[in-house]
Design a protein. Structure first.
Length: 50
């Protein structure tokens, strides 16, 4: 990957994470609940592919 793309990609990821967090806040989800949901989703995917 070209090095000049790293900054753009990093900013794009940051925007996506911010947008996701804003949507969670609008739904009334706390940071801890958000972390739990992400952890569970990751575990489900891991189990699915094993």
């Amino acid at each position: 990957m070209k090095t000049h793309m790293f900054k753009k990609i990093r900013k794009q990821i940051a925007r996506a994470m911010t947008l996701r967090r804003q949507r969670e806040i609008a739904r009334g989800i706390t940071r801890e609940q958000s972390r739990r949901m992400r952890r569970r989703r990751r575990l489900e995917l891991k189990v699915k592919y094993e």
